[in-house]
Design a protein around this ligand. Structure first.
Ligand SMILES: Nc1nc2c(ncn2[C@@H]2O[C@H](COP(=O)(O)OP(=O)(O)OP(=O)(O)O)[C@@H](O)[C@H]2O)c(=O)[nH]1
Length: 648
C-alpha cells in the first residue's frame, strides 16, 4: 500500500468509529496514482425520533456563528480550539467582513440519556438582505434557536426572524447570549422576550457563546423541546432542494422529506422533469462527508450528473418513474434593487457569464437577465434583495471568480400603465414592470406610474427621534406607528418609497443614531407616483445609458449631480459642449465646457516627424476608448463616473 500517498478527502470523523467504513479507490491525478480513502457514514440507524433539524436565527451580530462553533466543539465535530472563530462562515467575504451571508449546514452527533442523536444545525445570516437564506433554512427545520444579545435586547431582525419561524410552524427555543458582557441586561432582556414573544421566563436559557457557558444545556434542550421531523422512510422518495453551490461540479443541498436516496439511484426533478443519476450522497460535518445514503428526516448533499443551470432551489426531486406530490416550497422574495453588471474587459464576456452563472447558483436571492449597454457592451442586469446583497455579490464575483467589473447605479423597478391598443400589443401588456431607463415607454402613452413601497421598522434611541423623523420625511416617508419599547428606545413604523432607501438611508440612520438604530423593511406593494425619465444630453443628443428613472421631486438634484460629474470628466474639445439634464423638454440642470483645440504638435520643433506621428497615433488610440456623441468625444471614464454607484 502507498501509505505516504493516502489522502484524506474529508476531515476525520470524531464520533463512534463503528459508523465508518472505509472504501479505497484508485484515482489518476496527473501522473500520480494515489489511493483515496473515503470515510463513508452509515446514517440508517438514526431513526427519525433521533434526529433534530434546527437553525439559529437572530439579529445581526447577536452571536449565531459563535454559538455554532461551541455546539460543534461540544459534540466533537471540530476540535476545541481558540482558533475556532465562526467556522461555518467559510466564504472569504464572510471572514473579511465578519458577517454571515450564506446559511451553512453542519451535522453533529450527540449522546443524550444513552442514545445517540443526529443534530442538523443551520447557521443563518442576520442581515435583512439575506432573508432568503433564512426562509430557505427554515423550510428544512422543525425548530429554531432564537438568540438575543443581552446587551442589545430585541432588535428589528429578532422580531422579523421570530415571525418567520412562527409562519413556518417551527418550535422556538429562546436563548439570551453574551451574558458575560459588563453591560448585559439579562433581566430586562428576559422581560422583553416574554412580553414580545410570549415565551415564559423559565424556558429562556442564558448563555455566553464566546466562553461556552451553558452551551451544553442548549443541546439537551434541543433534544427535549424541539420536535423530530415528521416523515416516512417507507414512502416514495421526496427531496426538497434548498440550496446549491459549485465546487468543480454542482453540489445540491437537500432535506429528505420521505424515502431514502443512494448513489446509483435515478431521480427526476418535479419542476423541470429532467432526470439524473445520483453519484454521491453525504452530510456536512462541517466539511463534506460521504454517507452511503440519506434517509427521510436528514439534511445533506447530493451530487448528480447535473448541469449548473439544472438546479432549481425549491424544487422537489423523486425517484424516476415514481411520481409524488410536490413539497411546499418556500417563498423567494422578489428583488428590490437592480443594477447593471459588465466586465471591464469586454473580450472577457464568456468567462464573466460563466462566473455569474456559478455564483448565482449559490445565491438564489439574485435575479439574472442579460443586458447590453452602448458604453460597456454585453453584460447583465441583476436584481438584489438590497444594497448589502448587491455589494456582497459584486465582492464575491471579484474575490471568488477574479472578475473585474463595472456596476451601475442601483435602481428599483417601477410599474407603468400604458394606453393604446397597438402599444399594449407591442409591449405584450398594459402594465409594464421596468427597472431599466432605456426601456421606459414614451410619455404620451403612459397613463400612470407606480413605485415600490416598503414598510420600514426602525428601532432607535428615543433621544434621536427628532432627526430620525426629519430624515424619514425628507425621504417621502409617512409615519404609520410609533411606540416606546422601553424607557430608552422607540419603535417607528414608516411607509417609505424603496427608491429613497436604496442609496444611503441606512448610513444616514446609523449616523443619526450613533450606530444604535436598526432598520428592517418589508415589501409593501406599489403606489401611484409621478415618475419621470431624466435624460442627459450632450449638444442636444441624448446619452441613453445615462438616463435615470426617478420621482419628479428628486429629478433636479440628480440632474445637477450628473451634469457636474460629466463636466469634470470631459476634456475641452474643438467645439463648445453643452451638457443638460432634462425631463421632457424642461432643462433642469446645465453645464458648458468651452472649446479648446489641442494641437499635439505644438511643443515639437523642426522636422521631428517621427515623434509627431507617434503622438498622433497615441491620440488616435485614445479615441478608441471614447464614445462619439454629437461629434463630441466622451471618454468611457466619464460615463463610468456617472454610472458607478454614487450617492446622488
Ligand atoms: N462577549 C461576548 N461576545 C460574543 C458572544 N457571542 C458572540 N460574541 C461576539 O459577537 C460578535 C458577533 O458574533 P457572530 O457569531 O459573528 O454573530 P452572528 O450573529 O453570527 O453575526 P451575523 O451572522 O453577521 O449576523 C463577535 O465578535 C463575537 O465574538 C458572547 O457570548 N460574549
Amino acid at each position: 500500500m502507498y501509505l505516504k500517498s493516502i489522502r484524506f478527502l474529508f476531515t476525520p470523523y470524531r464520533t463512534s468509529p463503528s459508523k465508518i467504513f472505509c472504501r479505497c479507490q484508485h484515482v489518476q491525478t496527473q501522473d500520480l496514482v494515489v489511493e483515496r480513502v473515503y470515510r463513508q457514514l452509515k446514517l440508517g440507524e438514526y431513526e427519525t425520533r433521533l434526529i433534530r433539524n434546527f437553525c439559529i436565527i437572530a439579529h445581526i451580530d447577536h452571536g449565531k456563528s459563535t454559538l455554532a462553533d461551541r455546539l460543534l466543539e461540544i459534540t466533537g465535530t471540530i476540535p476545541k480550539s481558540k482558533e475556532n472563530r465562526q467556522v461555518l462562515d467559510k466564504l472569504e467575504v464572510e471572514r473579511e467582513r465578519g458577517i454571515t451571508v450564506k446559511a451553512a449546514a453542519a451535522s453533529m452527533f450527540y449522546e443524550y440519556k444513552n442514545e445517540k442523536y443526529l443534530l442538523n444545525l443551520i447557521d443563518t445570516p442576520g442581515h435583512v438582505d439575506f432573508s432568503t437564506e433564512v426562509a430557505r433554512s427554515l423550510s428544512a427545520c422543525q425548530g429554531a434557536i432564537l438568540l438575543v444579545d443581552a446587551s442589545q435586547g430585541i432588535q428589528a431582525q429578532t422580531v422579523a426572524n421570530f415571525l418567520l419561524a412562527c409562519d413556518s410552524f417551527l418550535e422556538v427555543l429562546a436563548v439570551i447570549n453574551k451574558i458575560d458582557l459588563k453591560d448585559a441586561k439579562i433581566n430586562k432582556t428576559l422581560e422583553q422576550i416574554t412580553k414580545e414573544f410570549g415565551i415564559p421566563n423559565e424556558n429562556i436559557l442564558k448563555i455566553s457563546a464566546k466562553h461556552g457557558t451553558n452551551c451544553t444545556s442548549i443541546l439537551d434542550q434541543i433534544i427535549e423541546k424541539l420536535p423530530p421531523p415528521v416523515c416516512d422512510r417507507q414512502q416514495n422518495l421526496r427531496l426538497l432542494v434548498f440550496d446549491s453551490y459549485y465546487e468543480s461540479c454542482p453540489i445540491v443541498i437537500v432535506a429528505v422529506m420521505d424515502g431514502v436516496i443512494r448513489p446509483g439511484d435515478k431521480i427526476q426533478s418535479k419542476l423541470t422533469t429532467k432526470t439524473y443519476t445520483v453519484l454521491e450522497t453525504g452530510i456536512f460535518a462541517p466539511e463534506r462527508m460521504r454517507a452511503e445514503a440519506l434517509y427521510a428526516g436528514q439534511v445533506g448533499y447530493v451530487i448528480c450528473d447535473t448541469k449548473i443551470s439544472d438546479t432549481v432551489v425549491g424544487d422537489t426531486w423523486h425517484h424516476l418513474g415514481i411520481d409524488v406530490k410536490s413539497l411546499t416550497s418556500f417563498k423567494i422574495p422578489r428583488p428590490m434593487v437592480f443594477a447593471g453588471f459588465y466586465p471591464i474587459d469586454e473580450s472577457n464576456y464568456n468567462q464573466f457569464e460563466q462566473s455569474i452563472e456559478r455564483l448565482s447558483l449559490n445565491d438564489t436571492g439574485v435575479r439574472v437577465q442579460t443586458d447590453s449597454n452602448p458604453a460597456f457592451g454585453k453584460g447583465f442586469r441583476l436584481g438584489f434583495l438590497g444594497l448589502l446583497h448587491m455589494e456582497i455579490y459584486s465582492q464575491r464575483l471579484q474575490s471568488e471568480f477574479g472578475q473585474q467589473i463595472i456596476t451601475t447605479i442601483p435602481g428599483v423597478a417601477y410599474k407603468c400603465k400604458i394606453i393604446g391598443k397597438d402599444n399594449i400589443k407591442q409591449h405584450g401588456s398594459d402594465l409594464l414592470l421596468i427597472s431599466d431607463s432605456m426601456k421606459w415607454p414614451d410619455t404620451n402613452i403612459i397613463q400612470q406610474c407606480y413605485e415600490p413601497m416598503v414598510l420600514g421598522q426602525i428601532v432607535s434611541p428615543t433621544i434621536c427621534s427628532l432627526p430620525l423623523k426629519i430624515l424619514c420625511t425628507e425621504r417621502r416617508g409617512v409615519l404609520i406607528e410609533e411606540y416606546s419599547i422601553d424607557e430608552k428606545r422607540t419603535l417607528f413604523k414608516y411607509k417609505l418609497p424603496l427608491a429613497e432607501i436604496v442609496y444611503d438611508f441606512f448610513d444616514q440612520l446609523k449616523q443619526i443614531t450613533s450606530g444604535y438604530g436598526t432598520f428592517d423593511y418589508e415589501d409593501s406593494d406599489y403606489e401611484a407616483a409621478n415618475i419621470v425619465k431624466l435624460k442627459i444630453l450632450i449638444n442636444q443628443e441624448s446619452i441613453d445609458e445615462l438616463a435615470v428613472l426617478c420621482h419628479s421631486a428628486r429629478a433636479k438634484a440628480i440632474g445637477q449631480d450628473i451634469v457636474s460629474k460629466l463636466r469634470e470628466n470631459i476634456d475641452r474639445q474643438q467645439y463648445k459642449i453643452t451638457i443638460q439634464a432634462c425631463v421632457h423638454s424642461h432643462v433642469l440642470a446645465r453645464e458648458i465646457i468651452q472649446p479648446y483645440k489641442k494641437d499635439v504638435g505644438a511643443k515639437l520643433y523642426g522636422g521631428d516627424k517621427t515623434r509627431l506621428m507617434k503622438l498622433l497615433k497615441r491620440q488616435e488610440e485614445g479615441k478608441e476608448r471614447m464614445r462619439q456623441i454629437a461629434n463630441i468625444e466622451v471618454p468611457r471614464q466619464a460615463i463610468i463616473s456617472v454610472l458607478k454607484r454614487n450617492k446622488s
